[in-house]
Design a binder for this molecule. Sequence first.
Ligand code: NAD
Length: 500
Amino acid sequence: MSSPARITHLIAGSPWEGTAERTSPVYNPATGEQTGVLDLASKAVIDEVVANAKTSWVANWQNASLTKRTQVLFAFRELLNARKDEIGALITAEHGKVLSDAIGEVTRGLEVAEFACGIPHLLKGGFSENVSTKVDVYSIRQSLGVVAVISPFNFPAMVPLWFVPIAIACGNAVIIKPSEKDPSAVNAVATLWKEAGLPDGILNVVHGDKEAVDALLDNPDVRAVSFVGSTPIAKYVYEKGTANGKRVQALGGAKNHMLVLPDADLDLAADAAVNAGFGSAGERCMAISALVAVEPVADPLIEKIKDRMGKLVTGDGTRGTDMGPLVTREHRDKVASYLDVEEGSGAEVLVDGREADFDADGDGFFLAPSLIDKVAPGMPQYDDEIFGPVLSVVRVASYDEGLKLINDSPFGNGTAIFTNDGGAARRFQNEVEVGMVGINVPIPVPMAYFSFGGWKASLFGDSHAHGMEGVHFFTRGKVVTSRWLDPSHGGLNLGFPQNV
Ligand code: NAD
């Protein structure tokens, strides 16, 4: 077994040369082996990085032409596309998701970089000539300065890519703090930005935990924060950041429901439930975790789902398996604990993933796909965001009962309806209180040119990620009213300006 490699910050384009006061272990979840030792940034490190980023922003990026910025973005897009397999392998080694899925998340991130390549068009302002006699008005959007991105473990490349290309395209300097559980993908992507010609200091990677996050939230030169993670931390980041005068978008946790009506194509619904329930070991914020079956659909649907689950292979994600391990041993044990259903609750464990065999060597953090029937509100299996390969079936008597269940949930990230009835689907898209809705589509993740974000406890703040909302989040508007002097100026007038 080789000794764990040091993983450190990338500041102004170079690895940090200091000595960390605190470090954190990084594991390969498929083997259980510790593969890395991660430096955790102190407040002093964060403050130094923010100061350097601000200096570089003023000198190199705030007024860099759109042509220059676009050249960097196109070069970055090409490099990321060329290296996506390499980055996918880093993700699998630290997160555990299977290689095809890891490369898939890089590809979804790449789409945001492609969207950001259109920044000259996206930042075009408006111009009105002669709003008053010989007076013109125009609107422009300018960068904010230094902005921070704080990302979760479950999409180590895609979630940072939701924000970083747009923030950079909009002319900001960025500090990204990835999850301490799988930090290497962000370091690899950051080196591509340098190769693409981004000036040093415009993108900096700092690793860390609460101390680093608090330091970013407290530093007055950090103008905006994009956070993605669990709901309690999202709420904390939103409240602290906005109290400190920052612009904050904080995307939180989820409990996504899939409503299956009796007229649905049950094979399509069963495929969707299995793919969306167990892909990436259920560690997706858009995973389906509650399957809401409108009776009499539950029994036949469950049979089809069990049949499909029986064919899935769980194991090391580098071996062509269907599903990999969970991210840490602690998380695996917590998820597995939901399979201990309380006696007398009525819930029934139909498939127990603790009893499976795994295609892996070593002592990885595995739990195979699991299915619990007759779950209901009030049970931890329903109320908690489990964030693992545990699919719960909730039986309801009608569409209205299913809709009420979904709308009563404190979360509102994603949801889906499966039906062949266009009228029911249309009612659902109108009535459901959730930010992203699928109709016969289980994981309705919006394309880069739309915006991603949930409602209720799944997002704190007004702006969703990427698309035009991303461009607006990372810029601020200015409106200029201009008159070039000519001999006809009107002289003194203390009244409120009126257009003539
Ligand atoms: P997490 O909340 O534990 O961590 C997210 C980030 O916050 C990490 O960078 C972490 O270092 C930092 N952090 C952790 N504890 C902190 C503290 N006490 N103070 C300040 N910062 C802290 O989330 P996670 O476990 O990495 O990711 C999984 C969660 O993220 C799930 O709840 C999932 O639903 C959510 N998620 C949501 C979306 C979305 O779009 N809504 C997308 C991906 C993940």
